[in-house]
Design a protein around this ligand. Structure first.
Ligand SMILES: *[C@@H]1O[C@H](CO)[C@@H](O)[C@H](O)[C@H]1NC(C)=O
Ligand SMILES: *[C@@H]1O[C@H](CO)[C@@H](O)[C@H](O)[C@H]1NC(C)=O
Ligand SMILES: *[C@@H]1O[C@H](CO)[C@@H](O)[C@H](O)[C@H]1NC(C)=O
Ligand SMILES: *[C@@H]1O[C@H](CO)[C@@H](O)[C@H](O)[C@H]1NC(C)=O
Length: 519
């Protein structure tokens, strides 16, 4: 997310109009505590909006929340799960309807939370949390329809502005665009319309998220025919063209002259991570890596070196699975192109994205994944809490958690060898340049649990998350490692769903841990 001043958030909060006059603005609602509080030591708020103000109803979801008390023993953990898991359905389905020019084409506009726009990455992940509830259904009032609607709207966004990361509501919704004062000074190539685009930071993981969402819907429903009905194929072709264009080096290997970039971005700002060096080009990248550039990270901060390894991993993994959708709708040459590209990316990641570093004082080395590389030999050894991250490589399904290079990378990422590991007295975890040193992102603690088989590590991280909510009973973006009353983003849909999904996953993998007390 971009960092917004408090003043701007207030403006955006006013732009948000609740579905009913009497419904509280959720940005305000989520910043105050509501009774009844949970009975444990953290006395967590009841954070769900009143039933009449919820943006989507699901009876399957309600029964799951009801029955959670059978599997989760701790009263605070139970409350945190019941508040967080439904958060996107409760608060962020801003509009669900049909395209003006095709009465069968469902559209779903999902806001990220306290910012009134739809991010490709966030919305894909916001829906991902509900995969355990997804069943095939042709009905408009179904979770399946929400997925189809998001895929259709994301297709439209990608066809409109393939380099952009967050978007305005579709005209059909009647919601109207939100202003984004942070973007006022942006100079972006290719240009875009602020009526359609909220912000235009080119992030490879945004394109990968579309392939992820498509794969997940397809695998859960086997509904292949959906993918040949609307703009999905065209969107995939646009993604391939965009990603291939972004494999171009800085210098032409033939003429040795600088090449013009398919994308440039500058902004007037005091934060170096909100703009790109070299007049919007980014730092130079070498020829012949076969990796795809990303101007920005999933934190919406600019990359230091443009070959961002976790985003290449995500793209590689979901390009392969989405090729099966192309096969299923008889697009065999497109399917092979996708599979070939995915295979060549995997090779490029393993060749260029793995670096050998000293592992002790005795001259031995170990291999780890770099976070970013430039292809000239420079690499950035760190991780960032936002997904995709190096820590999340097994969660995205790029590799298995027992992979030795991953294990070495994980050990490093979760230690003070990672410059963005924040280690406070209250919380310890991965942070982000987005919020600065000393701030732990609960998202990283959630992913730490998802990638761990160690019960003690899981218990420790769960306990830290429970003490990170400032009594509000929702997961925040970042929390000061020493002072839990200092946090960012009261309403961050994605991380709340991710927490809920992690608890459901623990229920399958480690049911005995959920039977414990965390008091
Ligand atoms: C959800 O159900 C409540 C009643 O419990 C209703 O008031 C509300 O309008 C419903 N929301 C939607 C989006 O249908
Ligand atoms: C339908 O309308 C949308 C929004 O105006 C537009 O982007 C899209 O290209 C249209 N599709 C067709 C098939 O005309
Ligand atoms: C793909 O081809 C098969 C075999 O010819 C056919 O049965 C199926 O309906 C086709 N699917 C689509 C989506 O065109
Ligand atoms: C060198 O140090 C590393 C890290 O401390 C250790 O794992 C390894 O066994 C040592 N190797 C030798 C040959 O002493």
């Amino acid at each position: 997310m971009i960092r917004l001043s408090t003043q701007l958030l207030v403006v955006l909060a006013h732009v948000y109009t609740a579905s009913s006059q009497s419904c509280p603005d959720y940005s305000t609602y989520s910043k105050t505590r509501h009774e009844p509080f949970s009975s444990g030591r953290y006395a967590l708020s009841s954070a769900r909006p009143p039933p009449e103000c919820r943006t989507f109803n699901s009876s399957a979801l309600e029964s799951l929340l009801q029955s959670a008390s059978d599997t989760i023993a701790d009263p605070d953990l139970l409350r945190l799960f019941q508040n967080t898991y439904p958060n996107t359905l409760d608060t962020a389905i801003k509009w669900h309807g049909f395209a003006a020019n095709n009465s069968e084409e469902e559209l779903t506009f999902i806001i990220t939370g306290d910012i009134n726009a739809m991010w490709l990455r966030d919305s894909a992940n916001q829906l991902q949390s509900y995969l355990p509830l997804l069943e095939p259904s042709p009905d408009f009032i179904s979770l399946a329809s929400l997925f189809r609607g998001a895929i259709n709207l994301q297709s439209r966004y990608i066809l409109t502005s393939p380099f952009c990361n967050s978007f305005q509501p579709p005209p059909e919704s009647g919601l109207g665009p939100s202003p984004n004062p942070a973007s006022d000074s942006d100079i972006v190539f290719p240009p875009y319309s602020p009526d359609q685009v909220f912000e235009c930071k080119y992030e490879l993981d945004s394109l990968a998220s579309f392939l992820q969402l498509s794969t997940e819907y397809h695998e859960a429903t086997h509904d292949s025919s959906f993918f040949s009905k609307f703009s999905w194929l065209e969107a995939v072709k646009t993604i391939l063209a965009t990603a291939k264009a972004m494999t171009a080096p800085t210098y032409s290997p033939i003429t040795n002259r600088p090449l013009s970039s398919p994308y440039t971005f500058t902004r007037k700002t005091t934060r170096s991570t909100e703009t790109l060096p070299n007049d919007g080009l980014g730092h130079p990248v070498s020829p012949t890596t076969g990796l795809i550039r990303s101007a920005f990270r999933p934190s919406d901060d600019s990359t230091t070196y443009q070959f961002l390894i976790p985003s290449n991993m995500l793209f590689c993994r979901y390009l392969a699975s989405a090729s099966l959708i192309a096969s299923a709708i008889n697009q065999s040459s497109l399917a092979s192109e996708m599979m070939d590209f995915s295979n060549s990316l995997r090779q490029a990641i393993q060749t260029h994205g793995v670096v050998s570093i000293p592992s002790g004082d005795n001259g031995t080395t170990e291999k780890v994944y770099a976070y970013e590389i430039d292809g000239f030999g420079s690499s950035l050894l760190q991780d960032d809490a936002n997904l995709p991250s190096l820590l999340s490589a097994p969660v995205m399904g790029y590799l298995g958690a027992a992979d030795p290079i991953y294990t070495a990378t994980r050990n490093r990422v979760l230690s003070t060898k990672n410059p963005y590991y924040a280690h406070g007295e209250l919380l310890k975890g991965v942070g982000s340049a987005h919020t600065g040193p000393g701030k732990v992102w609960p998202m990283s603690l959630i992913v730490q649990i998802m990638t761990s088989e160690d019960d003690d590590e899981i218990r420790g991280a769960l306990k830290e998350i429970l003490q990170s909510t400032d009594g509000l009973g929702l997961i925040h973006e970042s929390v000061d490692g020493w002072d839990g009353s200092k946090w960012t983003r009261e309403w961050f849909g994605w991380v709340n769903g991710l927490f809920g999904g992690m608890v459901l996953d623990l229920g399958r993998r480690k049911p005995e841990v959920l039977k414990e007390s965390f008091q």
